[in-house]
Design a protein. Structure first.
Length: 157
């Protein structure tokens, strides 16, 4: 019986209630977990981590940079007589260029935050959200190439 009591004391629940504003939530203190803790989390469920891989952060910075380039190239194409096909962005551009750029950067940033938080979530068996993030980076690369091509054509006219 004594052995059983010792075992019970040893396996006590060590979790504590986390306050709403803690050092981890505010970014003042970094956690250590970068990978899924359990195999079932890694395979099927969402595995949320404290730190993110460097290559994922490089991808996010690349997407933000290409988004800024997209906004600037869009404005240059419009100045050369192009037309914005996205009606919502066209309304923002007509209202104010600053509003257009601010809204585009805010929307991109919020979407990237959600993608990074959920980067381990599996959409299909072999496809996770981080793969979608890499696809977005590739898509922005293609878009920027196309916009540069359009600007090259416009400069020849």
């Amino acid at each position: 019986m004594d052995g059983m009591m010792t075992y019970d004391l040893r396996v006590q629940d060590r979790r504590k209630a986390v306050p709403f504003f803690c050092a981890y939530h505010l970014g003042l203190k970094q956690g250590r977990r970068m990978n899924a803790r359990r195999m079932c989390e890694a395979r099927w469920g969402a595995a949320y981590v404290d730190r993110y891989a460097d290559h994922l952060m490089v991808c996010v910075v690349g997407i933000l940079f290409l988004s800024i380039c997209d906004a600037l190239f869009t404005l240059r194409i419009l100045a050369h007589g192009g037309e914005e096909l996205n009606w919502f962005m066209a309304v923002l551009i007509d209202d104010s260029v600053e509003k257009f750029i601010a809204f585009k950067m805010a929307l991109t940033s919020l979407a990237l935050i959600m993608l990074i938080i959920h980067h381990n979530v599996r959409i299909l068996y072999a496809v996770s959200v981080k793969h979608i993030t890499y696809a977005i980076l590739s898509g922005y690369g293609v878009l920027i190439s196309y916009e540069l091509y359009l600007l090259e054509l416009a400069s020849k006219l």
